[in-house]
Design a protein around this ligand. Structure first.
Ligand SMILES: [Zn+2]
Length: 400
Protein backbone atom coordinates (compact mmCIF):
# COMPACT_ATOMS: atom_id res chain seq x y z
CA UNK A 1 0.00 0.00 0.00
CA UNK A 2 1.25 3.47 -0.90
CA UNK A 3 0.01 6.76 0.45
CA UNK A 4 -0.55 10.20 -1.03
CA UNK A 5 2.10 12.74 -0.07
CA UNK A 6 -0.56 15.48 -0.05
CA UNK A 7 -3.64 14.03 1.73
CA UNK A 8 -2.03 10.80 3.08
CA UNK A 9 -4.86 8.63 1.69
CA UNK A 10 -4.10 5.35 -0.16
CA UNK A 11 -3.07 5.63 -3.82
CA UNK A 12 -3.47 3.44 -6.90
CA UNK A 13 -0.94 2.55 -9.61
CA UNK A 14 -1.55 4.68 -12.72
CA UNK A 15 1.43 4.49 -15.09
CA UNK A 16 4.58 2.41 -15.41
CA UNK A 17 7.58 3.24 -17.59
CA UNK A 18 10.07 0.36 -17.73
CA UNK A 19 13.75 1.25 -17.36
CA UNK A 20 13.45 5.03 -17.62
CA UNK A 21 16.89 6.77 -17.61
CA UNK A 22 17.95 8.18 -14.25
CA UNK A 23 19.67 11.23 -15.72
CA UNK A 24 17.97 13.89 -17.76
CA UNK A 25 19.77 15.89 -20.37
CA UNK A 26 23.54 16.13 -20.70
CA UNK A 27 26.35 14.43 -18.80
CA UNK A 28 30.16 14.42 -19.04
CA UNK A 29 31.37 11.89 -21.65
CA UNK A 30 33.03 9.73 -18.98
CA UNK A 31 30.20 9.74 -16.39
CA UNK A 32 30.05 6.14 -15.10
CA UNK A 33 26.41 6.44 -14.01
CA UNK A 34 25.19 7.66 -17.41
CA UNK A 35 23.52 4.36 -18.27
CA UNK A 36 21.57 3.97 -15.00
CA UNK A 37 17.86 3.40 -15.44
CA UNK A 38 15.01 2.43 -13.14
CA UNK A 39 11.35 1.58 -13.58
CA UNK A 40 9.25 4.70 -13.13
CA UNK A 41 5.88 3.97 -11.50
CA UNK A 42 3.34 6.73 -10.95
CA UNK A 43 0.39 6.55 -8.59
CA UNK A 44 -2.82 8.53 -8.52
CA UNK A 45 -4.65 9.51 -5.34
CA UNK A 46 -8.40 8.88 -5.73
CA UNK A 47 -9.11 11.27 -2.86
CA UNK A 48 -7.30 14.41 -4.08
CA UNK A 49 -6.34 13.46 -7.68
CA UNK A 50 -2.67 13.98 -6.90
CA UNK A 51 -0.25 12.23 -9.26
CA UNK A 52 3.04 11.13 -7.72
CA UNK A 53 5.83 8.56 -7.86
CA UNK A 54 5.20 5.27 -6.11
CA UNK A 55 8.56 5.38 -4.33
CA UNK A 56 11.36 7.89 -4.34
CA UNK A 57 14.81 6.68 -5.35
CA UNK A 58 17.24 5.84 -2.54
CA UNK A 59 19.16 8.86 -1.16
CA UNK A 60 22.51 7.62 -2.48
CA UNK A 61 21.09 7.56 -6.01
CA UNK A 62 19.61 11.04 -5.57
CA UNK A 63 22.98 12.26 -4.35
CA UNK A 64 24.66 11.14 -7.58
CA UNK A 65 22.03 13.13 -9.37
CA UNK A 66 22.10 16.40 -7.53
CA UNK A 67 25.89 16.50 -7.17
CA UNK A 68 26.41 16.47 -10.95
CA UNK A 69 27.78 19.81 -11.99
CA UNK A 70 25.58 19.61 -15.09
CA UNK A 71 22.55 19.30 -12.88
CA UNK A 72 21.63 22.77 -13.95
CA UNK A 73 19.16 24.62 -16.04
CA UNK A 74 20.72 27.12 -18.44
CA UNK A 75 22.27 30.04 -16.56
CA UNK A 76 20.24 33.16 -17.39
CA UNK A 77 22.78 35.39 -15.64
CA UNK A 78 25.52 34.21 -18.00
CA UNK A 79 23.76 33.24 -21.23
CA UNK A 80 20.36 34.93 -21.13
CA UNK A 81 18.82 31.51 -21.82
CA UNK A 82 15.96 30.83 -19.44
CA UNK A 83 15.47 34.47 -18.45
CA UNK A 84 11.99 34.81 -19.95
CA UNK A 85 10.20 32.38 -17.59
CA UNK A 86 11.57 34.41 -14.65
CA UNK A 87 10.36 37.66 -16.16
CA UNK A 88 6.96 36.00 -16.61
CA UNK A 89 7.05 34.91 -12.98
CA UNK A 90 7.77 38.48 -11.86
CA UNK A 91 4.91 39.75 -14.02
CA UNK A 92 2.60 37.23 -12.33
CA UNK A 93 3.65 38.42 -8.86
CA UNK A 94 3.74 42.15 -9.59
CA UNK A 95 0.05 43.04 -8.94
CA UNK A 96 0.06 41.32 -5.52
CA UNK A 97 3.46 42.19 -4.08
CA UNK A 98 4.32 44.86 -1.53
CA UNK A 99 6.67 47.62 -2.75
CA UNK A 100 9.63 46.13 -0.94
CA UNK A 101 10.67 43.80 1.82
CA UNK A 102 13.02 40.92 2.51
CA UNK A 103 12.81 37.95 0.17
CA UNK A 104 14.43 34.51 0.41
CA UNK A 105 14.62 32.34 -2.67
CA UNK A 106 15.10 28.64 -1.95
CA UNK A 107 16.90 27.11 -4.92
CA UNK A 108 18.20 30.49 -6.02
CA UNK A 109 20.66 29.00 -8.58
CA UNK A 110 22.62 31.81 -10.30
CA UNK A 111 20.68 34.60 -8.56
CA UNK A 112 19.04 35.90 -11.71
CA UNK A 113 15.51 36.02 -10.28
CA UNK A 114 16.73 37.62 -7.05
CA UNK A 115 18.56 40.24 -9.10
CA UNK A 116 15.16 41.27 -10.47
CA UNK A 117 13.86 41.71 -6.91
CA UNK A 118 17.02 43.59 -6.01
CA UNK A 119 16.41 46.01 -8.88
CA UNK A 120 12.96 46.71 -7.40
CA UNK A 121 14.51 47.64 -4.05
CA UNK A 122 13.98 44.38 -2.17
CA UNK A 123 16.54 42.97 0.24
CA UNK A 124 17.41 39.57 -1.17
CA UNK A 125 18.79 36.31 0.25
CA UNK A 126 19.57 33.13 -1.66
CA UNK A 127 19.99 29.51 -0.72
CA UNK A 128 21.11 26.73 -3.06
CA UNK A 129 23.67 23.90 -2.77
CA UNK A 130 24.39 24.31 -6.51
CA UNK A 131 27.86 25.76 -7.32
CA UNK A 132 26.00 28.40 -9.39
CA UNK A 133 25.49 30.15 -6.02
CA UNK A 134 28.94 31.64 -6.62
CA UNK A 135 27.56 33.49 -9.66
CA UNK A 136 24.83 35.02 -7.48
CA UNK A 137 27.44 36.25 -4.99
CA UNK A 138 30.04 37.46 -7.46
CA UNK A 139 27.90 38.86 -10.25
CA UNK A 140 25.01 40.31 -8.25
CA UNK A 141 26.53 40.60 -4.75
CA UNK A 142 23.65 38.52 -3.38
CA UNK A 143 23.99 36.97 0.07
CA UNK A 144 23.62 33.31 -0.93
CA UNK A 145 24.16 30.28 1.28
CA UNK A 146 25.52 27.34 -0.70
CA UNK A 147 23.54 24.71 1.17
CA UNK A 148 20.17 22.98 1.33
CA UNK A 149 17.45 25.06 2.97
CA UNK A 150 16.78 24.46 6.66
CA UNK A 151 14.52 26.75 8.70
CA UNK A 152 16.93 26.36 11.61
CA UNK A 153 19.55 28.35 9.66
CA UNK A 154 17.41 31.51 9.88
CA UNK A 155 15.78 33.45 12.69
CA UNK A 156 12.05 32.66 12.93
CA UNK A 157 9.68 35.05 11.14
CA UNK A 158 12.35 36.80 9.08
CA UNK A 159 11.02 37.03 5.56
CA UNK A 160 8.22 38.99 3.92
CA UNK A 161 8.34 36.63 0.97
CA UNK A 162 9.76 33.20 0.22
CA UNK A 163 10.09 32.18 -3.42
CA UNK A 164 10.38 28.55 -4.46
CA UNK A 165 10.45 27.68 -8.15
CA UNK A 166 10.62 24.13 -9.43
CA UNK A 167 11.63 22.54 -6.16
CA UNK A 168 8.48 21.39 -4.37
CA UNK A 169 7.85 18.70 -6.98
CA UNK A 170 11.22 17.11 -6.14
CA UNK A 171 10.41 16.63 -2.47
CA UNK A 172 9.28 13.23 -1.15
CA UNK A 173 7.47 15.11 1.65
CA UNK A 174 6.28 18.49 0.33
CA UNK A 175 4.53 19.19 3.64
CA UNK A 176 7.89 19.22 5.45
CA UNK A 177 9.24 21.94 3.15
CA UNK A 178 6.11 24.11 3.40
CA UNK A 179 6.13 23.77 7.19
CA UNK A 180 9.74 24.96 7.35
CA UNK A 181 8.97 27.86 5.03
CA UNK A 182 6.07 28.93 7.26
CA UNK A 183 8.50 29.04 10.19
CA UNK A 184 10.67 31.72 8.55
CA UNK A 185 7.80 33.84 7.18
CA UNK A 186 6.53 36.83 9.11
CA UNK A 187 2.84 36.60 10.14
CA UNK A 188 1.73 38.52 7.05
CA UNK A 189 4.36 36.81 4.89
CA UNK A 190 3.83 35.45 1.41
CA UNK A 191 4.93 32.28 -0.34
CA UNK A 192 5.34 32.31 -4.12
CA UNK A 193 5.53 28.93 -5.79
CA UNK A 194 6.08 27.69 -9.30
CA UNK A 195 5.78 24.02 -10.19
CA UNK A 196 5.17 22.10 -13.42
CA UNK A 197 1.45 21.91 -14.19
CA UNK A 198 0.29 18.27 -14.42
CA UNK A 199 -2.90 19.31 -16.19
CA UNK A 200 -0.90 21.15 -18.84
CA UNK A 201 1.73 18.41 -19.25
CA UNK A 202 -0.87 15.72 -19.79
CA UNK A 203 -3.14 17.82 -22.01
CA UNK A 204 -0.18 18.82 -24.18
CA UNK A 205 1.36 15.34 -24.24
CA UNK A 206 4.68 16.85 -23.22
CA UNK A 207 7.57 14.49 -23.92
CA UNK A 208 9.98 13.72 -21.09
CA UNK A 209 7.97 15.57 -18.43
CA UNK A 210 7.22 12.45 -16.36
CA UNK A 211 10.58 11.32 -15.00
CA UNK A 212 12.43 10.21 -11.88
CA UNK A 213 13.28 13.63 -10.46
CA UNK A 214 9.71 14.80 -10.02
CA UNK A 215 8.03 13.02 -7.12
CA UNK A 216 4.83 15.06 -7.41
CA UNK A 217 2.85 16.29 -10.40
CA UNK A 218 0.61 19.01 -9.01
CA UNK A 219 -2.66 20.42 -10.24
CA UNK A 220 -4.14 23.65 -8.89
CA UNK A 221 -6.41 21.49 -6.76
CA UNK A 222 -3.75 19.27 -5.19
CA UNK A 223 -1.41 22.22 -4.62
CA UNK A 224 -4.20 24.21 -2.97
CA UNK A 225 -5.00 21.23 -0.74
CA UNK A 226 -1.36 20.98 0.30
CA UNK A 227 -1.11 24.69 1.15
CA UNK A 228 -4.43 24.83 2.98
CA UNK A 229 -3.14 22.29 5.48
CA UNK A 230 -0.60 24.93 6.53
CA UNK A 231 -3.18 27.69 6.78
CA UNK A 232 -1.99 29.29 3.54
CA UNK A 233 -4.65 30.96 1.42
CA UNK A 234 -4.39 31.41 -2.31
CA UNK A 235 -4.00 35.06 -3.30
CA UNK A 236 -3.24 34.58 -6.98
CA UNK A 237 -3.04 31.57 -9.29
CA UNK A 238 -1.83 31.14 -12.86
CA UNK A 239 -2.88 27.77 -14.24
CA UNK A 240 -0.96 27.82 -17.52
CA UNK A 241 2.16 26.21 -18.99
CA UNK A 242 3.34 26.06 -15.39
CA UNK A 243 1.44 26.43 -12.16
CA UNK A 244 2.14 29.68 -10.31
CA UNK A 245 0.69 30.36 -6.90
CA UNK A 246 1.01 33.22 -4.46
CA UNK A 247 -0.35 32.40 -1.03
CA UNK A 248 -0.18 33.80 2.47
CA UNK A 249 -1.28 33.31 6.04
CA UNK A 250 -3.26 36.53 6.13
CA UNK A 251 -6.89 36.38 5.00
CA UNK A 252 -7.26 36.88 1.27
CA UNK A 253 -8.28 40.40 0.32
CA UNK A 254 -10.40 39.11 -2.52
CA UNK A 255 -12.44 35.99 -2.99
CA UNK A 256 -10.75 34.04 -5.75
CA UNK A 257 -13.87 32.55 -7.22
CA UNK A 258 -12.08 32.67 -10.58
CA UNK A 259 -9.51 30.14 -9.42
CA UNK A 260 -10.51 26.86 -11.01
CA UNK A 261 -10.35 24.25 -8.27
CA UNK A 262 -12.63 21.82 -10.07
CA UNK A 263 -11.65 18.17 -10.02
CA UNK A 264 -9.55 17.18 -13.02
CA UNK A 265 -9.91 13.65 -14.36
CA UNK A 266 -6.20 12.86 -14.39
CA UNK A 267 -6.80 9.14 -15.04
CA UNK A 268 -8.36 9.90 -18.44
CA UNK A 269 -5.69 12.49 -19.14
CA UNK A 270 -2.98 9.91 -18.42
CA UNK A 271 -4.56 7.56 -20.96
CA UNK A 272 -4.57 10.28 -23.61
CA UNK A 273 -0.96 11.12 -22.75
CA UNK A 274 0.04 7.48 -23.30
CA UNK A 275 -1.74 7.53 -26.69
CA UNK A 276 0.22 10.68 -27.61
CA UNK A 277 3.50 8.93 -26.80
CA UNK A 278 2.36 6.08 -29.11
CA UNK A 279 1.88 8.70 -31.85
CA UNK A 280 5.50 9.84 -31.36
CA UNK A 281 6.67 6.22 -31.60
CA UNK A 282 4.68 5.91 -34.84
CA UNK A 283 6.49 8.99 -36.20
CA UNK A 284 9.84 7.31 -35.52
CA UNK A 285 8.57 4.11 -37.18
CA UNK A 286 7.68 6.13 -40.30
CA UNK A 287 11.12 7.81 -40.36
CA UNK A 288 12.71 4.38 -39.90
CA UNK A 289 10.76 3.13 -42.93
CA UNK A 290 12.13 6.06 -44.95
CA UNK A 291 15.66 5.38 -43.61
CA UNK A 292 15.80 9.12 -42.86
CA UNK A 293 18.96 10.59 -41.33
CA UNK A 294 18.03 12.48 -38.17
CA UNK A 295 19.37 15.43 -36.21
CA UNK A 296 17.95 16.71 -32.93
CA UNK A 297 17.85 20.33 -31.76
CA UNK A 298 17.67 20.51 -27.96
CA UNK A 299 19.69 18.63 -25.34
CA UNK A 300 17.51 18.65 -22.24
CA UNK A 301 15.34 16.18 -20.36
CA UNK A 302 12.90 16.54 -23.25
CA UNK A 303 15.44 14.79 -25.49
CA UNK A 304 16.06 12.11 -22.87
CA UNK A 305 12.31 11.45 -23.04
CA UNK A 306 12.40 11.52 -26.83
CA UNK A 307 15.23 8.95 -27.00
CA UNK A 308 13.24 6.71 -24.65
CA UNK A 309 10.50 6.60 -27.31
CA UNK A 310 12.94 5.49 -30.05
CA UNK A 311 13.77 1.90 -30.97
CA UNK A 312 17.46 0.89 -30.75
CA UNK A 313 17.48 0.71 -34.57
CA UNK A 314 16.74 4.47 -34.71
CA UNK A 315 19.85 5.53 -32.81
CA UNK A 316 22.45 4.91 -35.56
CA UNK A 317 20.47 7.22 -37.85
CA UNK A 318 20.87 10.17 -35.45
CA UNK A 319 23.91 12.07 -36.70
CA UNK A 320 23.89 15.16 -34.47
CA UNK A 321 22.37 16.78 -31.38
CA UNK A 322 22.48 20.58 -31.17
CA UNK A 323 21.88 22.95 -28.28
CA UNK A 324 22.21 26.70 -27.80
CA UNK A 325 23.69 26.46 -24.30
CA UNK A 326 27.52 26.62 -24.63
CA UNK A 327 27.83 24.75 -21.30
CA UNK A 328 26.39 21.67 -22.99
CA UNK A 329 28.74 21.57 -25.99
CA UNK A 330 31.07 18.56 -25.89
CA UNK A 331 28.94 16.87 -23.25
CA UNK A 332 26.93 13.76 -23.95
CA UNK A 333 23.22 13.23 -24.22
CA UNK A 334 22.61 9.49 -24.25
CA UNK A 335 25.13 8.19 -26.81
CA UNK A 336 25.47 11.54 -28.62
CA UNK A 337 27.90 14.44 -28.28
CA UNK A 338 26.20 17.84 -28.17
CA UNK A 339 27.26 20.39 -30.81
CA UNK A 340 26.83 24.13 -31.24
CA UNK A 341 24.12 25.11 -33.74
CA UNK A 342 26.78 27.06 -35.66
CA UNK A 343 28.06 23.64 -36.78
CA UNK A 344 24.73 22.65 -38.29
CA UNK A 345 25.99 22.94 -41.87
CA UNK A 346 28.72 20.36 -41.18
CA UNK A 347 26.20 17.55 -40.79
CA UNK A 348 24.19 15.70 -43.42
CA UNK A 349 20.65 14.87 -42.33
CA UNK A 350 17.15 14.64 -43.81
CA UNK A 351 15.06 15.55 -40.78
CA UNK A 352 15.70 17.98 -37.95
CA UNK A 353 13.66 17.22 -34.84
CA UNK A 354 12.97 20.23 -32.62
CA UNK A 355 13.11 18.67 -29.17
CA UNK A 356 11.82 21.33 -26.78
CA UNK A 357 8.49 22.63 -25.69
CA UNK A 358 9.67 25.72 -23.83
CA UNK A 359 12.06 26.95 -26.53
CA UNK A 360 10.32 25.62 -29.65
CA UNK A 361 9.42 29.09 -30.95
CA UNK A 362 12.91 30.50 -30.39
CA UNK A 363 14.49 27.49 -32.11
CA UNK A 364 12.18 27.76 -35.12
CA UNK A 365 13.03 31.44 -35.39
CA UNK A 366 16.73 30.61 -35.24
CA UNK A 367 16.35 27.97 -37.95
CA UNK A 368 14.92 30.46 -40.45
CA UNK A 369 18.52 31.21 -41.50
CA UNK A 370 18.79 27.63 -42.79
CA UNK A 371 15.60 27.82 -44.86
CA UNK A 372 17.63 27.13 -48.02
CA UNK A 373 18.87 23.81 -46.63
CA UNK A 374 17.15 20.65 -47.72
CA UNK A 375 15.81 19.08 -44.56
CA UNK A 376 12.38 18.61 -43.03
CA UNK A 377 11.45 19.91 -39.63
CA UNK A 378 9.53 17.95 -37.03
CA UNK A 379 7.95 19.69 -34.06
CA UNK A 380 5.71 18.14 -31.44
CA UNK A 381 3.66 21.08 -30.20
CA UNK A 382 1.36 23.72 -31.58
CA UNK A 383 2.99 27.13 -31.91
CA UNK A 384 4.30 28.03 -28.48
CA UNK A 385 4.66 31.52 -27.08
CA UNK A 386 6.63 33.75 -29.36
CA UNK A 387 9.08 36.20 -27.85
CA UNK A 388 10.09 38.78 -30.47
CA UNK A 389 13.82 39.26 -30.84
CA UNK A 390 15.10 42.37 -29.04
CA UNK A 391 14.86 45.45 -31.24
CA UNK A 392 12.12 44.16 -33.53
CA UNK A 393 8.57 45.38 -33.65
CA UNK A 394 7.19 41.98 -34.51
CA UNK A 395 4.84 40.86 -31.80
CA UNK A 396 2.82 38.48 -33.91
CA UNK A 397 3.55 34.84 -34.48
CA UNK A 398 2.90 34.23 -38.15
CA UNK A 399 4.20 30.69 -38.24
CA UNK A 400 1.64 27.93 -38.50
ZN1 LIG B 1 -4.29 12.60 -1.95
Amino acid sequence: MHFCNVCHGPTQGALSLKGYPLFLGVLPPDCPEAALSFDLVLHLCPTCQHLMKEDNLPPDIQDIWYSQEQYAAPCPALSGIGAQPMLDFMAFLAPSLPQSGVVLEIGSFDGYLLSLFQAKGWQVRGCDPNPASAIARERFGIDTRQEFFAASSYPAKTFDLVVVRHLLEHMADPHALVEQICAVLIDTGLLALEVPNARHILALGEIGALHHEHVSHFTTKSLARLLERHGLRLLAVEDGDVLRVLCGKAPAKTDHADVNLAEIDLASMLERHAARMDDVRATFARLRGQNARLAIFGASGHTTGLLSLMEPADLPRVCAVFDNDPKKHGLRLGPFMVSAPARLAEFEFDVLIVSSYTYQSEILEQLLQYSGRDFDLITFYPATRHYPAPGTEDGNDTRS
